[in-house]
Structures are given as structure tokens and as C-alpha cells.
Design a protein. Structure first.
Length: 368
């Protein structure tokens, strides 16, 4: 804008006014918000304005020399600042990656009677962690899985996710009943929220975690305890079926809405060799197309994927999700996929796993 004003002055009867001083400062001002190309463009426009000036005196040549010098210094400063910002961003990303790997560990490709794969999709470019959580562990009861979604963002959501995951990883190895594993997760969340200053007032009043735990034993079934989470989907012979709970339960953190207390048993569904089970968060099914505002049709997308490994299956779902949203997710999304294998192969793998050693359970949260 200043360059255009100076150009207007030079082309008007008021050209006797000195504009060289203002033009010299333009590249430096451009360096605050522009890169090297923008700075050079502003400098070229300022130089052209200087060159059409009818006043050819010592100040004229001095202004041109100053403009060139300031332009060179501005480009060098812009490059230095960009390098510094990129270095700081890379450091933040490395820290985020380390935090993600500590909270969301990679799921093993083979766990007893199942093959598994996982995927976490961040809504923001460069983000690595958020409120979505998942885990899969092999136990003497079978393969136990969890997927969840914390309401909210930022550090309180990360702490809540870590608390729920920590409780699951500890109790999944010794609790006989899958429902008791979920109850420990609920208790861990209550303890996390009870820490002074751990969460803000809004999160304390309205925060919750939708969660689902599942178990794949030796028998051709999958057992599920669902606390307000989107139901898992089973792909069987090319058709998708949602495992809807018979009695919907509120999310973790909203235990006051439980009328008859927490469930004592998990619900059981058929899960035979060759079946494929997908656990996911609502960031997948609530992803919208910006053109027509339609939700992502996850069951249809699963049916359209040809037979492939779990990792390749999730990659194809990922590509379909990005096409549907034009590459812009509005919310974080997580997916955990397991394939049921031959029962005898699963029994051999589970039989090799020693029973867990539990010496002290006094530090675990109560399930009341």
C-alpha cells in the first residue's frame, strides 16, 4: 500500500515530495510477513517507483543503493527466521512423536488368534497426539482391545487418554471379566479428574470419554463392553454388520446416568475365522464432505475394499476418507482392525504366553 502511495505521488504534481525514505523501508517491513519471493517483489516495485522519479540528485542514487542494501539484508533475515522457525517446529514434532509413541504404542501385527493393525489420523497438520486412544494386548483370556475418544482437546484430553489407557494395560492381564477392565478404566478417569488443577472447570462438568473394550478368545466370538462409543463393525463375507449393544450405556465420566450400576458381563457376538473387526472413533463416521455435507459411509467403504492385509485395508480406508473430506479432517480419527485367524493357530500362540505375575494391586484404582 505504501509503495502504491509513493508511486501515486511520483506520478502526480506533488512529485517534489521525497518518497525514497519510505520506499527503502518497504523490504524490511515485508520481511515481517513474507518470504524471500515476496520481499523481492516488494523491492522490485519500490525500485521501479524510484526509477521513474524525475528527481535525479545525490539523494536519488543514495536511495537506490539503500533500497538494494536493505532488500539484501531483509532476504537474509527472512531466510534465517524461516530456518529457525522450521527448526523449532521440527523439535516440537519430535517431542509430539515421542509422546504419541509413549501413549499410543504401535499395535503388533500378530496377536494370538488375530492379525491386527492400527491407524491414527490427526485433524491438524503437524499434530500427533490428541484425545483418541487405542490398544491391543494378548492375555491368557485372549486378545483384549480398547478404543476410546476423549471429549475435548489439549493437555487435559491427553492426560485423560493416558489415564484410561494405563488402567487398561494393567488390568487387562488379570481381570477375569471384561466388564471389570472397563470399570477400572472408569475409576482411573475419576481419579485423574479429582487431581486439583488437572482439568479446568468446563472439562470437570462436561468432560467424558466414550470407550469400548473387546475380547477375542479361543471361541469364535468377540465379547464387547460399550460405554457410549460408536459400535464396532464386522466384515463377514463381503457384508458389514454393526455390533449394537442391547442396553446402551453412558460414557466414562457420566456414571451418574447409570440406573442399574455398571454391567457385570460383556455382550457376545459371532466372530469366526475369516471375519474382520473394525474398532473406530467418531472422527471417522462423522467426517463430512464439504460439497454436500454428507457423512463418510464407513460400512460401504469397508465393503468396497478388496481382500488384503489389515494394514493395507486401513490404508485404503484412509485414502477413501481423505477423498471424502477433500483432504481436510475436522476431527482426529483412530482405527483398530483385527482379523480372526484359524483357531488352532491362535491356540498355539496363546499357549506360549505365560500367565501374568501380579504381586501388588494396592495402587490400582477402585472400581466402586
Amino acid at each position: 500500500m505504501i509503495v502504491l502511495v509513493a508511486l501515486g505521488i511520483e506520478l502526480s504534481p506533488a512529485h517534489f515530495l521525497v518518497t525514497g525514505t519510505f520506499l527503502t523501508a518497504m523490504p524490511a517491513l515485508a520481511a515481517l510477513t513474507m518470504g524471500p519471493k515476496g520481499i523481492l517483489s516488494v523491492a522490485a516495485l519500490a525500485l521501479a517507483t524510484d526509477l521513474i522519479s524525475p528527481a535525479y540528485d545525490q539523494a536519488y542514487y543514495s536511495n537506490i543503493a539503500s533500497l538494494l542494501l536493505v532488500s539484501l539484508a531483509s532476504v537474509m533475515m527472512s531466510n534465517a527466521m524461516r530456518t529457525r522457525r522450521q527448526s523449532e517446529l521440527d523439535q516440537v514434532r519430535r517431542i509430539a512423536m515421542a509422546a504419541q509413541e509413549a501413549i499410543l504404542r504401535p499395535v503388533p501385527a500378530r496377536l494370538g488368534p488375530v492379525r491386527a493393525a492400527s491407524m491414527y489420523l490427526a485433524a491438524e497438520t503437524g499434530a500427533q497426539i490428541g484425545g483418541d486412544l487405542y490398544e491391543a494386548v494378548q492375555t491368557r483370556y485372549g486378545v483384549r482391545l480398547i478404543v476410546g475418544d476423549v471429549r475435548g482437546k489439549g493437555l487435559p484430553a491427553v492426560r485423560a487418554a493416558a489415564a484410561v489407557l494405563g488402567a487398561f494395560r494393567v488390568t487387562a492381564n488379570y481381570e477375569d471379566e471384561l466388564a471389570d477392565v472397563m470399570n477400572h478404566c472408569a475409576a482411573a478417569l475419576r481419579q485423574e479428574r479429582a487431581v486439583p488443577g488437572a482439568v479446568d472447570q468446563e472439562t470437570l462438568l462436561e468432560g467424558f470419554v466414550t470407550a469400548l473394550v473387546a475380547q477375542v478368545p479361543d471361541r469364535p466370538v468377540v465379547e464387547v463392553v460399550n460405554r457410549g462409543h460408536p459400535p464396532p463393525l464386522v466384515l463377514r463375507q463381503g457384508k458389514v454388520q454393526a455390533l449394537m449393544p442391547t442396553s446402551p450405556l453412558p460414557p466414562l465420566g457420566l456414571e451418574d446416568l447409570l440406573t442399574g450400576g455398571p454391567p457385570a458381563k460383556a455382550e457376545s457376538y459371532p466372530f469366526a475365522p475369516g471375519d474382520r473387526l473394525l474398532l473406530h472413533t467418531d472422527g471417522v463416521i462423522e467426517a463430512r464432505n464439504p460439497d454436500n455435507n454428507d457423512f463418510f459411509a464407513l460400512p460401504e467403504a469397508m465393503e468396497a475394499v478388496h481382500t488384503c492385509t489389515p494394514h493395507e485395508f486401513l490404508e485404503q480406508l484412509h485414502r477413501g476418507l481423505l477423498r471424502h473430506t477433500n483432504g481436510r479432517l475436522a476431527d482426529d480419527a483412530a482405527m483398530l482392525l483385527v482379523d480372526r485367524l484359524d483357531e488352532q493357530a491362535g491356540k498355539r500362540a496363546v499357549g506360549e504366553l505365560p500367565p501374568p505375575e501380579v504381586t501388588d494391586r494396592g495402587d490400582l484404582p477402585a472400581t466402586s
